[in-house]
Design a protein around this ligand. Structure first.
Ligand code: GDP
Length: 304
């Protein structure tokens, strides 16, 4: 329901554009496909993913000889759900964590301002609601505000946080947080990391070091590297995904600010382009405004 509301604008515009693309046509022909290509690109699905979708529809047209425009909506939905399945994006609705040796360690990456801290807070809240013991690690030591904001969320959710002063070594904070998690028998440790995209080599070195040091405490940590992207920024989100996937092995995506944005298409494009599952979506600023990504619900909202 929130997702429907959140994606109001994108669904209206995508639905309207799609209707326009097929207006007065009964058959999917080259004109319709050209129009479709344009609306997918302008909906931030990204060029590569758009071409993939168009090729798949062309293949269906070629196979069936005739494809009515009335069927196009359904076929597009299937193709997009298919793309999201190929990236292992799920259909769960509940917040769960996979069985790992305790604690399950989530390292969260992303640039400043995308909603990283908020997403960590909302996620911690949901996991705590499931009865899990969660510890936060404030390893974004570059900005004092980042540590303070994470502290605000830790207080709000009422969970422990491990932090040091601004400017301290992020790897050392991560190490402490994991040790604290182990000694408290925590189920989950969520590590915030610095979000500046200084240069690729520095970013890579820093994230690699944080990982290496964490593995001294929990040998297969991190179990999840969650990249947070702002869904309202279109091409920027693609660029950030490119930089972070080059710097470290990103295992899942959280796409924020999908409330009040016409850019839900970014979710499809980035997941496909980088072959990473979408795990969570942010649909508002409140503590309850994080959802487990469900590809069918998403496609429904996008197309309705
Ligand atoms: P960080 O710098 O990446 O840690 O970003 P913050 O978590 O501080 O978030 C930046 C701003 O985006 C804050 O004002 C948040 O309330 C807001 N924000 C985060 N997630 C969402 C979301 O899903 N929807 C909306 N509308 N705002 C969000």
């Amino acid at each position: 329901e929130t997702l429907d509301k959140g994606l109001e604008k994108s669904k209206t515009s995508f639905f309207n554009k799609l209707n326009k693309a097929v207006a007065g046509k009964s058959k999917v022909d080259d004109d319709v496909l050209d129009n479709l290509e344009e609306i997918l690109v302008t909906s931030d699905v990204g060029v590569n993913t758009t071409l993939k979708v168009i090729e798949r529809i062309e293949a269906r047209v070629a196979k069936d000889k005739y494809l009515g425009t009335s069927e196009l909506n359904q076929i597009l939905r299937e193709e997009i759900a298919g793309l999201l399945s190929e990236t292992n994006s799920g259909e769960a609705t509940e917040f769960t964590i996979p069985e790992t040796k305790k604690p399950h360690v989530i390292m969260v990456v992303g640039v400043n301002g995308v909603g990283k801290t908020t997403t960590i807070g909302k996620l911690a809240y949901q996991l705590k609601k499931q009865g899990l013991n969660v510890v936060l690690g404030a390893a974004d030591t570059f900005r004092a505000a980042a540590i303070d904001q994470l502290q605000v969320w830790a207080d709000r959710v009422d969970i422990p946080i491990v932090k040091q002063s601004m400017g301290s070594d992020p790897a050392s904070v991560a190490f402490d947080a994991l040790q604290s998690g182990v000694s408290q028998n925590a189920d989950v440790v969520i590590i915030d990391t610095a979000g500046r995209l200084h240069n690729k080599v520095n970013l890579m070195n820093e994230l690699t070091k944080v990982k290496r040091v964490m593995q001294k405490v929990v040998d297969d940590a991190p179990h999840d590297v969650l990249l947070v992207l702002d869904g309202s920024t279109g091409q920027n989100a693609f660029e950030q995904a490119k930089q972070f996937t080059a710097a470290t092995e990103v295992t899942s995506l959280a796409v924020t600010k999908l409330d009040g944005t016409a850019k839900g298409g970014v979710v499809i494009g980035i997941s496909d382009e980088f072959q990473i599952p979408v795990k969570y979506i942010g649909v508002g600023e409140g503590i309850e405004d994080l959802q487990v990504f469900n590809k069918y619900e998403f496609v429904d909202s996008f197309f309705k």
